[in-house]
Write a protein that binds this ligand. Structure first.
Ligand SMILES: [Zn+2]
Length: 147
């Protein structure tokens, strides 16, 4: 038997920079802008923000959607977007969603899931969480007040 390494084994929601576990649409653009400014000013070392998980970079390369936005850190290549879905029944490593069809089927699930839209640079390994969107949870009130 040949050894087949599990490709997604070590990738969890915690590997995504900026993850805070909040449910609902969370926009991280402001935090992103501030972080980029800090890196440019030299207050945050590049290697602390350009440390994307190898699995994230692999996904970005293979199934990521290329954007028209140049990487703010290395300015070498355009950023790519990857969407991961985490939640009950998905497994701790999440699922990398690469097609609209797959996203529709996840959205039809009764469980509350979260989609994490992450940008990543395949050149310098910059990565940042852009948005967290609720997925699934059909038949339940979306706008539950959070205590
Ligand atoms: Zn870069």
């Amino acid at each position: 038997m040949s050894r087949v390494p599990s490709p997604v084994m070590a990738f969890t929601a915690g590997a995504i920079q900026g993850t805070d576990g909040a449910r609902g649409i969370v926009d991280h653009r402001l935090a992103r802008r501030m972080l980029i400014n800090e890196v440019r000013r030299g207050r945050v070392p590049m290697d602390t923000v350009c440390d994307a998980h190898p699995e994230l970079i692999r996904a970005a390369r293979n199934v990521g959607t290329e954007t028209q936005t140049e990487c703010p850190i290395c300015e070498e290549v355009n950023l790519r977007l990857i969407t991961y879905v985490f939640g009950h029944g998905i497994g701790p490593q999440g699922r990398c969603v690469s097609t609209a069809k797959e996203m529709r089927s996840l959205n039809a699930r009764p469980e509350d899931l979260n989609a994490y839209v992450v940008e990543a640079c395949t050149e310098c390994r910059w990565h940042h969480l852009l948005r967290v969107l609720p997925v699934g949870g059909r038949g339940r009130t979306r706008a539950r007040p959070r205590s």
